[in-house]
Design a protein around this ligand. Structure first.
Ligand code: HEC
Ligand code: HEC
Length: 183
């Protein structure tokens, strides 16, 4: 068989496949229109689904809750059981408040929201609850215990904390003036 014939035959097959794909897509679209909203509506969460929410909305969807919890894991570099106590059945008991970390997380959620709504609503938006400038990750950076004090620079070793020279004087020639050492 001639090479061009093979090429054409091949092209015909692929184009037929392509046609079929197109038809499948069209069929799915038609199905979507036919079944209307019901088939593609996000799963509704029954109001009694969650047992012990004190900060998150009671009717939060399962998908949204999962996103929040996975974001906690990633922000603090921990697993779910860092905050959630284990139940007797060997699985985490998510509604339980037995681990103090869970309540600390609630305080942190309120604090983070407060920081955003009070201090980052520069545009005075009507729904400041949606502002996410500061998040758990801003402070935690994958660490459950973020450090509050920066690592001490070796040039300032020996100086008690809080006794660092003012930043404005750092590059001032008076730094090496004898008057500095008399203070
Ligand atoms: C940093 C702490 C923390 C981590 C890590 C965490 N959670 Fe949570 N979780 C909470 C807090 C706090 C609540 C309660 C929120 C509230 O009171 O509104 C909660 C609530 C829940 C609930 C709802 C329980 C109920 O019925 O009241 C589920 C389910 C859940 N978490 C699953 C998970 C899963 C799964 C993971 C891991 C992917 C996870 N959590 C990781 C802090 C955490
Ligand atoms: C403004 C900075 C900041 C933000 C924002 C923040 N945290 Fe924290 N968080 C800290 C600091 C600092 C500590 C350590 C406190 C200490 O060591 O006493 C901490 C401690 C914690 C602890 C306790 C860890 C332990 O082992 O005791 C949990 C749990 C926690 N944060 C969860 C969260 C979650 C969840 C969020 C987001 C909703 C969040 N934090 C947002 C600064 C922050």
């Amino acid at each position: 068989m001639d090479k061009t014939v093979i090429f054409i035959a091949h092209f015909k097959i692929t184009s037929r496949l392509f046609m079929n794909k197109k038809l499948t897509v069209l069929f799915l679209l038609a199905a979507a229109v036919f079944f209307g909203t019901t088939a593609f509506k996000p799963k509704a969460t029954p109001p009694d689904k969650w047992k012990n929410l004190k900060v998150l909305p009671q009717d939060i969807s399962e998908d949204s809750l999962k996103v929040v919890m996975r974001t906690f894991n990633a922000s603090l570099g921990v697993k779910c059981v860092f905050c959630h106590a284990m139940g007797d059945n060997g699985h985490p008991n998510f509604p339980s408040d037995d681990k103090p970390e869970k309540d600390i997380a609630r305080y942190m959620m309120k604090m983070t929201k407060e920081i955003n709504t009070t201090y980052f609503n520069f545009k005075k938006v009507a729904n400041p609850d949606t502002i996410r400038v500061v998040t758990c990750y801003t402070c935690h950076k994958g660490d459950a215990h973020p450090e509050g004090i920066p690592p001490v620079d070796s040039t300032h070793m020996g100086m008690p904390p809080g006794n660092m020279p003012p930043a404005s004087g750092m590059h001032d020639s008076t730094m090496h003036d004898s008057t500095m050492h008399k203070q």
